[in-house]
Design a protein around this ligand. Structure first.
Ligand code: IMP
Ligand code: MG
Length: 172
């Protein structure tokens, strides 16, 4: 049986979201903010972060996949659901669950730039900074994670565990 070890509690997650949302609300106080949720992993984070941000924001969803049923990124991201928001001249903040190699994020940023965004920045719940394969700027990171494969709070392994309220290290 796979083992789940809690690494971030509901309280840990909520506390950091409140702090980061305050910073974002300040930084975007004079912008046309559009939050773009990277599906599926970021859907829970989007709901909590979005409600903690106090400046007006449009919300869009973009489906991207790079994993399949593995714990290793395939290194190739594909769009699984087109963006449902016009981001022309908008200040886009990508809402990501986790940045690992950075390849998915690079792909998303290039995609949003090609859609006419005025600026594209990134807010991620989890940052596996040490595992980066390409250079990509993460503007807001809630938690730095050294290693491991994490599930829960939107993150999955082969589509399982997304509905868990805390974040766990999955030991297969
Ligand atoms: P990257 O392209 O290697 O940076 O991978 C980023 C994407 O892979 C994220 O958007 C996640 O969907 C997924 N991912 C990376 N690490 C994990 C993990 O530890 N648990 C679940 N999904 C992950
Ligand atoms: Mg994902």
């Amino acid at each position: 049986m796979p083992e789940l070890i809690e690494v971030l509690s509901k309280e840990d997650i909520a506390r950091r979201i409140a702090e980061v949302a305050e910073t974002i609300s300040h930084d975007y106080r004079e912008s046309n903010l559009a939050l773009v949720c990277a599906l599926k992993g970021a859907f829970v984070f989007m709901a909590d972060l979005g409600r903690a941000i106090t400046v007006p924001a449009q919300i869009g969803f973009l489906g991207v996949s790079s994993y399949g049923k593995s714990t290793e990124s395939s290194g190739k991201a594909i769009v699984t659901k087109e963006l449902d928001l016009d981001v022309t001249d908008m200040d886009v903040l990508v809402v990501e669950d986790i940045v690992d190699t950075g390849l998915t994020l690079r792909f998303i940023m290039d995609y949003l730039t090609s859609k006419g965004a005025r600026s594209v920045k990134v807010c991620t719940l989890l940052d596996k900074k040490e595992r980066r394969a390409i250079e990509v700027q993460v503007d807001y990171a809630c938690h730095l994670i050294p290693d491991g494969f994490l599930v829960g709070y939107g993150l999955d392994y082969a589509e399982k565990y997304r509905n868990l309220p805390s974040i766990y290290d999955l030991k297969l």
